[in-house]
Design a protein around this ligand. Structure first.
Ligand code: UTP
Length: 302
């Protein structure tokens, strides 16, 4: 099975930085965001390769995943074995590329990868500006899919009522839970049968408080539906529109996850918070990070 990582967006919320560096290559500690996403995508045992949907304007992403033997040699000659091993590891990941020539929306980006898939296989989609440090979200989604005969599964998380209008929200009902969690309702580990997907509803119209997080395990039928999908919200080809059509033909499930499981990097504030969170969790960085922050800033955070 393959995992698709769309990374061809314009990154307008992160301008001007994204004029020079693609959003997906911004660092979290010393690693670019997209490497976390690729490593996460490879965690489920079913996944044997990753397809990054890139833009021709962002060639740095493809360069990053190439082996650079010359640079590696230079590092080794200078005794920098750990760093050489790290760039070697990044260059050895099973990543292939396809191109979205114009940013026409998430659904269109996913469709761009269709020729690189076997037509009869489900596939994962992982957004390229969001990652899950413990890499377990897709593994759990694969488990839910197995529990329900290979059906499509999306990850969802609870959001406060006054924020539902910012997100894609699901309709449906709780039908069970991950085997080891015994969860119900909108609690982490609960499994819902999805009956509808609503983009950015008003709070009074929202069918639940569960928003789509950015991790999808989709039936191959979605690719066929995307091929005939017209533009939706914002004039873009939306993945959720094709998924809504899928609901008329196939079952779909949603796994409720803890929103704190994932790290967003799509805006300067979210990226800064993600770096702070990862620095605090990293034994090599924690003390230096707190020292660099200084007592006054730490006091202000309290
Ligand atoms: P976003 O909507 O968060 O990214 O898409 P964006 O469009 O690049 O950013 P803003 O909103 O302008 O700031 C989530 C992921 O989907 C990819 C993005 O690169 C990002 O990793 N994407 C989005 C595409 O590959 N193609 C698109 O047409 C849109």
């Amino acid at each position: 099975m393959k995992a698709i990582i769309p990374a061809a967006g314009l990154g307008t919320r992160f301008l001007p930085a994204t004029k020079g560096t693609p959003k997906e290559l911004l660092p979290v500690l010393s690693k670019p965001v997209i490497q976390y996403v690729v490593e996460e995508a490879l965690e489920p045992e079913e996944v044997d390769g990753v397809i990054v949907v890139n833009s021709p304007e962002k060639p740095q992403i493809e360069s990053y995943f190439h082996v650079d033997g010359g640079f590696e040699e230079t590092l080794r000659a200078r005794g920098k074995e750990k760093e050489a091993d790290e760039i070697h590891a990044a260059g050895s990941l099973p990543v292939s590329f396809c191109y979205q020539r114009e940013a026409k929306g998430l659904g269109h980006a996913v469709l761009c990868a269709s020729r690189m898939l076997r037509g009869d296989e489900p596939f994962f989609v992982l957004l390229g500006d969001y990652f899950v440090p413990d890499r377990q979200m897709c593994v759990k989604m694969a488990e839910v899919s197995k529990m329900h005969g290979g059906a499509s599964v999306i990850a969802v998380a609870p959001v406060p009522e006054d924020q539902v209008s910012r997100y894609g929200i699901i309709a449906g009902e709780c039908v069970g839970s991950l085997s080891d969690m015994n969860a119900t309702g909108e609690k982490e580990g609960a499994v819902w049968k999805v009956t509808g997907l609503v983009e950015k509803p008003a709070p009074e119209d929202a069918p639940s408080h569960l928003f789509i997080v950015g991790r999808y395990l989709l039936s191959p039928r979605v690719m066929e539906l995307l091929a005939t999908q017209g533009p939706g919200a914002g004039g873009e080809i939306q993945l959720t529109d094709a998924m809504q059509r899928l609901l008329a033909e196939e079952e779909m499930y949603a796994l409720v996850v803890d929103p704190a499981e994932g790290c967003d990097t799509g805006t300067p504030a979210a990226w800064a918070a993600t770096n702070a969170r990862m620095a605090l969790a990293d034994p090599d960085s924690r003390d230096l990070f707190l020292e660099a922050l200084g007592n006054k800033a730490i006091e202000q955070l309290r």
